[in-house]
Design a protein around this ligand. Structure first.
Ligand code: FAD
Ligand code: NAD
Length: 476
C-alpha cells in the first residue's frame, strides 16, 4: 500500500505549528498537522504549551487574581464599599479551564475552515521526508510530504537536586492548576514564569519566596525598568532573594524542605509547594530518526538558518525548538514565514523587533535594545522618560506607577529601544513595535497625535522628553 502524500506535514500544533499549517493551507497546499499534547485528564488538544499550559491559562489567572486583589485593596479608594471579598478558587480555576477549552477547540475550527487535516498522535520524521504518525491507540501510518515543518516546542528544565514529583515539587503547568492556595510558596527562578506565577499566588494569599541564582534582577530587561519593577514587587510582598543557589530540596510527606546558599551563608526554608521555573529546553524526544541528518546545537536546539531551514532539503524547524526567544509570537511569525517560503512567496522574520511582555502588575514590556546594550555598542544615545504619575488616565485608573522610556541615537534620531513599566504596558508596546519596524525616528513619534487622556500619551511624552521638550513632566 502506498503512503498518503501531502505537500506539507507539520509536527506540533502549538503557536508555531498551527499558524504554519493554516498559512500553508491558505497558500493552496495540502497540509497535515499532527500533535501529541495530552492534558492531565487524558484528553488531547491542539495549541501546545501556550494555549494549554502557558500564555493563556497564566493570563486568565493573572487577570482573576488581579481583580481579587483590587476588589480587596483598591475598591474602597474608588469609593466602592463591597464588604468582605471571598475567594472561590474552584470557580476561578473553572473559568481558566473553560477559556483554555474554548481557545484550543477554536484551533480545530480554524483547521476545518482552512482545510488542514489535524491529527492527534506522535510524529516522527524518517529519511526522505516520510513522517511516521503513531495514533493514540498505537497504530502507525506513514505519510510522505514534500516539506516537513518541525514545531515540537519546549519543556521545563528540571533540576536534579530538586526532584519533580508533580505534587509538592512542581513545574509551571502544575502551578497553574493548584486547587488550594499554598500558604507558603517557594519559586526557584525570578524569570518571567517565576514573577507571573509568583504574582498570581501572592495576590491570592500565599507567602511567596523566590530564589534566584543571579545577583542581578531581570538581567534581560533595561535596568532602570528592572529596578522600578523590583521596588514594586517588594512592596507587593514578593520576597525575592538574589544570588541564592539552591543546594537541594526534599519532600517530607507534607511539605518541601529546601537548602540554599546566598551571600549571607547557608539557609533552610520550608514550603507547601515549590515551583521550579529555571527556564525551558527544546523538546526533540523521538522527533526524528537518526539518519535524517537533522543537527542539534550544544543546547539541544535544532540548528537552522535565518529562514528556519535545517540544512536537510525541505525540512524546516520553527518556534521554541530553534534558537531565539521562547515566545509564542516569535514562533508564529517563523511558522508563517516558512509556510510562505515553501509556497515560493516572500518570507522574513525581523528578529531585531520582537516584543517582550511580563504580565505582572505593573506590566513590563519592551522592544529593541536596552540602555545597557546601547551603551556597550558605543553609539552615542539620548534618553527620555515619562512617569505614569503624570498621566491623567493612569491616575483615573488608580494605576499611576512606572514609566515609559525611549532610547534614541544622537546621530540620526533613530529609536533604538522602547521600554514600559506600567498599566497595560503589553498593549502600549504595540505602537513601539510598529515604530521600530518602520525605523521611526523620535521626531516621528513626537509629531504623531496621541488621544487624550490615554496611557499612550506616555509614549508620546517620553519621545518629547528625549529632546527635553516634554510638556506634561519636568525635563531633566
Ligand atoms: P509548543 O507550544 O510547546 O507546542 C509544541 C507542540 O508540539 C506541543 O503540543 C507538543 O505536545 C507537540 N509535539 C512535540 N513533539 C511532538 C511529536 N513528535 N509529535 C507530535 N506532536 C509533538 N509566550 C508568550 O509569547 N507570551 C506569554 O504570555 C507566555 N506565557 C507563558 C507562560 C507559561 C507558564 C509558559 C510555560 C510559557 C509561556 N510562554 C509565553 C511561552 C510560549 O508558551 C512558548 O514560546 C510557545 O508555546 C512555543 O510555541 P511552539 O509551538 O514552538 O511550542
Ligand atoms: P527564564 O529564562 O525567564 O527565567 C529563569 C530564571 O531562573 C532566570 O532568572 C535564571 O537566572 C534563573 N535560574 C536558572 N537556574 C537557576 C537555579 N538553579 N536556581 C535559581 N535560579 C535559577 O525562564 P522561565 O521563567 O522558566 O520561562 C521559560 C520561558 O517561557 C522563557 O523563555 C519565557 O520567554 C517564556 N515565558 C514567557 C512569558 C511571557 O512572554 N510573558 C511568560 C512565561 C514564560
Amino acid at each position: 500500500m502506498s503512503a498518503a502524500a501531502y505537500d506539507v506535514v507539520v509536527i506540533g500544533g502549538g503557536p508555531a505549528g498551527y499558524p504554519a499549517a493554516i498559512r500553508a493551507a491558505q497558500n493552496k497546499l495540502t497540509v497535515v498537522c499532527v500533535d501529541q499534547w495530552q492534558n492531565f485528564d487524558g484528553s488531547y488538544a491542539f495549541g501546545g504549551t501556550c494555549l494549554n499550559a502557558g500564555c493563556i491559562p497564566s493570563k486568565a489567572l493573572l487577570e482573576s487574581s488581579e481583580l481579587f486583589h483590587r476588589a480587596r485593596h483598591e475598591f474602597a479608594t474608588h469609593g466602592i464599599q463591597i464588604g468582605e471579598v471571598k475567594l472561590d478558587l474552584a470557580g476561578m480555576q473553572k473559568r481558566r479551564a473553560s477559556i483554555v477549552k474554548t481557545m484550543t477547540g477554536g484551533i480545530l475550527a480554524l483547521f476545518k475552515s482552512a482545510g488542514v487535516v489535524g491529527l492527534q498522535g506522535h510524529g516522527r520524521v524518517l529519511k526522505g521526508n516520510h513522517v511516521e504518525i503513531t495514533a493514540p491507540d498505537g497504530s502507525k501510518t506513514v505519510v510522505v510530504a514534500k516539506d516537513v515543518i518541525l514545531a515540537s516546542g519546549s519543556t521545563p528544565v528540571r533540576l536534579k537536586s530538586v526532584p519533580h514529583d508533580g505534587k509538592f515539587i512542581v513545574d509551571s503547568w502544575n502551578a497553574l492548576e493548584f486547587d488550594t492556595v499554598p500558604a507558603r510558596l517557594g519559586v526557584i527562578g525570578a524569570g518571567v514564569i517565576g514573577l507571573e506565577l509568583g504574582s498570581v499566588w501572592r495576590r491570592l494569599g500565599s507567602e511567596v519566596t523566590v530564589l534566584e541564582a543571579t545577583d542581578q534582577f531581570l538581567s534581560v530587561a533595561d535596568q532602570t525598568i528592572a529596578k522600578e519593577a523590583q521596588r514594586h514587587f517588594k512592596k507587593q510582598g514578593l520576597d525575592i532573594r538574589l544570588g541564592a543557589t539552591v543546594l537541594n530540596a526534599s519532600v517530607d510527606g507534607t511539605a518541601v524542605n529546601v537548602a540554599f546558599r546566598d551571600a549571607k551563608g547557608e539557609h533552610t526554608a520550608q514550603f507547601d509547594k515549590l515551583v521550579v521555573a529555571v527556564g525551558r529546553r527544546p523538546f526533540t524526544d523521538g522527533l526524528f530518526a537518526e539518519d535524517t541528518g537533522v543537527k542539534l546545537d550544544a543546547r539541544g536546539f535544532i540548528e537552522v538558518d535565518a529562514h528556519c531551514r535545517t540544512g536537510v532539503p525541505h525540512l524546516w524547524a520553527v518556534g521554541d525548538v530553534v534558537r531565539g526567544p521562547m515566545l509564542a509570537h516569535k514562533g508564529k511569525e517563523e511558522g508563517i514565514m516558512v509556510a510562505d517560503l515553501i509556497a515560493g512567496l516572500f518570507g522574513e522574520v525581523n528578529y531585531k523587533v520582537i516584543p517582550s511582555v511580563i504580565y505582572t502588575a505593573p506590566e513590563i514590556a519592551w522592544v529593541g535594545l536596552t540602555e545597557e546594550q546601547v551603551k556597550a555598542g558605543g553609539r552615542p544615545y539620548k534618553v527620555g522618560t515619562f512617569p505614569f504619575a503624570a498621566s491623567g488616565r493612569a491616575r483615573a485608573m488608580e494605576a499611576a506607577q512606572g514609566m515609559a522610556k525611549i532610547i534614541s541615537a544622537v546621530d540620526d534620531d533613530e529609536i533604538l529601544g522602547i521600554h514600559v513599566i506600567g498599566p497595560m504596558a503589553g498593549e502600549l508596546i504595540g505602537e513601539a513595535v510598529l515604530a521600530l519596524e518602520y525605523s521611526a525616528s523620535t521626531e516621528d513619534l513626537q509629531r504623531t497625535i496621541h488621544a487624550h487622556p490615554t496611557l499612550s500619551e506616555a509614549i508620546h511624552e517620553a519621545a518629547l522628553a528625549v529632546d527635553k521638550r516634554a510638556i506634561d513632566s519636568i525635563n531633566r
